[in-house]
Design a binder for this molecule. Structure first.
Ligand SMILES: Nc1nc2c(ncn2[C@@H]2O[C@H](COP(=O)(O)OP(=O)(O)OP(=O)(O)O)[C@@H](O)[C@H]2O)c(=O)[nH]1
Length: 448
C-alpha cells in the first residue's frame, strides 16, 4: 500500500510536515514605530550569516544609492516598497532563516497602534515574542499592549529587548528600571517567562555578539537565547488531534488524509471519531508514501481504520487523556480584524481546523481595554483591532479544545458568509480570564 497516495500528492502538499519542534523556533517581533524592529531583525540575519549573499548585495546597493555609509539593515526586512514609502510596516512579513543550531520562522509584525490585528496574526503561532522598547522611552502604552497580547495568546516565552542602549550611554540603571517595570507588568498578565536583554541593534551590541560596552550584563545575547530556548516549555500535554482533510478511496479501501496537529498516532491505537464519538482502531499509517508505526505532530499522513464509519472532511480523529468538548455554544476571546463591525445577531461561518459550520453571534458581553486587559461590559459590537468576548452558537457540533489546553485546536476563525473574508480570530474558552488573576479587579477598582 505504500504508494497508494502517489496520485494525490498535491492535495497533501497543502499541509507540509513541520520539522521536529527542537529544531524549529517560531517567533514574532513587536514594538512601537521606530523602536528598531527591522534593524534588529536585519542585524540578526546579517551577523548570524543567515542572509543570502544576493539579498545582502541588493541591500548594500540600495543603501549606497540613498547615500548611506553601511547597509541599512531595516531594508532586509521591510521588503515591500509601499511599506518603505509609508515609512511604517503595515503587514506581517514572514522570514525563514537558519543558523547552525536551529531553524527559525520569524513573523515581523508592525508597531503602529492601529495594527493590533497584525500583531495577533503574526504572534498567534509563536513560541516566543521579542518585544522591543526604545531605552530612552522605556515601557510605553504600546509595550503594555504587546505584553497583553502575548498573555492573551499564551506565547510561552517573551524577550524584552531594550534597544538603542547606545543612546543612553549603555547605562545599567536605565535597563534595570525598564526590565523591572516590564517583568512585573507582564507577570500580572500571566506572562511568566521574560528574558530582558540590553541591546543596540544599530551597533550590534548583544544581538549576535556579546557587547564589550555593557560589562555589567552577564546574560545571553538575543541570538543565544533564540537558539537555546526550549520551544516546548510550558506547552501543556496535548492529546492527539487529526482533522480529516480529505477521504481517498483506493482499491476498495478508504484512507483519511490530513495533518496531525498535536500529539502522535500509533498503529493499533484506539481513536475516537469526533464529533460522532464512535471509536475505532488505526490499522495503518502512511507518511508520504511510506508506512509508519508512529507519527509525530506536524506530519501530513493518511490513516486507515478498522471500521467502516462514515467519516468526511471536517471530522476529527482524537486520542489521549483529555478529549475535546463537543459543543454548539462557544464562549471565546476574539480579535476583530475586519473593517466592518461584528454585531450581536450577525450570521457568520465558523472555520475550525478543516471544518466550516454556520454560526450566529449570540452575544458580545465585553470588550477589553488592551492597556490593562480590563473588560468594558456590553459593547454590543466590535470594530477592527478590538479584542473582546463573544458567545457564538453553531448549527452543528464541533470538537473543540479550550485555547488554554491547545493553541492549535482551541482557535478558530469567524468568516463573512457573503465574501469569505475573515472577520475575527478567536480563542475558545477562558482565554483571558485565568491569565489576569489580579489585574482586572484592581483595574476595575481604579476606575471606580
Ligand atoms: N541609535 C540607534 N538607532 C537605532 C537602533 N536601532 C534602530 N535604530 C534607528 O531607529 C530608526 C527606526 O528603526 P527601524 O528598524 O526602521 O524601526 P521599526 O521598529 O522597524 O519601525 P517600523 O518598521 O516603522 O515599525 C532607524 O533610523 C534606525 O536606524 C539602535 O540600536 N541605536
Amino acid at each position: 500500500m505504500s504508494n497508494h497516495l502517489s496520485g494525490n500528492r498535491s492535495a497533501l502538499a497543502e499541509a507540509p510536515a513541520a520539522p521536529p519542534a527542537t529544531t524549529l523556533l517560531r517567533f514574532a517581533t513587536a514594538g512601537s514605530v521606530d523602536d528598531g524592529k527591522s534593524t534588529l531583525v536585519g542585524r540578526l540575519l546579517h551577523d548570524s550569516k543567515s542572509v543570502l549573499t544576493d539579498q545582502l548585495e541588493a541591500v548594500e546597493h540600495a543603501s549606497r544609492s540613498r547615500g548611506a555609509d553601511g547597509p541599512d539593515l531595516a531594508l532586509l526586512t521591510d521588503g515591500l516598497r509601499a511599506e518603505r514609502e509609508q515609512g511604517i510596516t503595515i503587514d506581517v512579513a514572514y522570514r525563514y532563516f537558519a543558523t547552525a543550531r536551529r531553524r527559525f520562522i520569524l513573523a515581523d509584525t508592525p508597531g503602529h497602534v492601529q495594527y493590533t490585528r497584525n500583531m495577533v496574526t503574526g504572534a498567534s503561532t509563536a513560541d516566543l515574542a521579542v518585544v522591543l522598547v526604545d531605552a530612552r522611552n522605556g515601557v510605553v502604552e504600546q509595550t503594555r499592549r504587546h505584553a497583553a497580547i502575548a498573555g492573551l495568546l499564551r506565547i510561552p516565552h517573551v524577550v524584552l529587548a531594550v534597544n538603542k542602549m547606545d543612546l543612553v550611554d549603555y547605562a545599567e540603571p536605565v535597563f534595570a528600571a525598564t526590565a523591572e517595570e516590564f517583568t512585573a507588568y507582564a507577570a500580572s498578565l500571566g506572562v511568566r517567562d521574560v528574558t530582558a536583554i540590553p541591546i543596540s541593534a544599530l551597533a550590534g551590541d548583544n544581538v549576535v555578539e556579546p557587547s564589550t560596552r555593557m560589562d555589567w550584563y552577564g546574560g545571553p545575547t538575543v541570538l543565544d537565547h533564540l537558539e537555546t530556548v526550549d520551544p516546548a516549555a510550558r506547552t501543556p500535554d496535548e492529546g492527539s488531534r487529526f482533522p480529516v482533510q480529505m477521504v481517498i478511496r483506493h482499491g476498495g479501501e478508504r484512507y483519511y488524509a490530513g495533518q496531525l496537529l498535536t500529539g502522535r498516532l500509533r498503529v493499533g491505537e484506539t481513536v475516537t471519531v469526533q464529533p460522532s464519538g464512535r471509536t475505532t482502531t488505526i490499522t495503518s499509517l502512511d507518511v508520504l508514501g511510506q508506512p509508519a508505526d508512529v507519527v509525530p505532530a506536524g506530519s501530513s499522513l493518511s490513516v486507515r481504520l478498522s471500521d467502516e464509519i462514515d467519516i468526511g472532511r471536517g471530522d476529527m480523529l482524537t486520542a489521549g487523556p483529555r478529549p475535546p468538548r463537543i459543543v454548539q455554544e462557544i464562549e471565546a476571546t476574539v480579535c476583530h480584524v475586519a473593517d466592518a463591525p461584528l454585531t450581536v445577531g450577525q450570521r457568520v461561518l465558523l472555520k475550525h481546523t478543516t471544518r466550516t459550520v454556520k454560526a450566529i453571534v449570540e452575544d458580545i458581553p465585553s470588550r477589553l481595554t488592551l492597556d490593562d486587559l480590563s473588560p468594558h461590559p456590553q459593547p454590543g459590537r466590535l470594530v477592527a483591532n478590538d479584542i473582546g468576548r463573544v458567545r457564538v452558537r453553531t448549527a452543528e457540533p464541533l470538537a473543540l479544545d479550550s485555547y488554554a489546553d491547545s493553541r492549535r485546536t482551541g482557535s478558530f476563525l469567524l468568516i463573512d458568509p457573503a465574501d469569505g473574508a475573515t472577520l475575527a480570530a478567536a480563542m475558545a474558552g477562558d482565554a483571558f480570564a485565568p491569565a489576569i488573576p489580579a489585574a482586572a479587579p484592581e483595574a476595575e477598582r481604579k476606575r471606580e
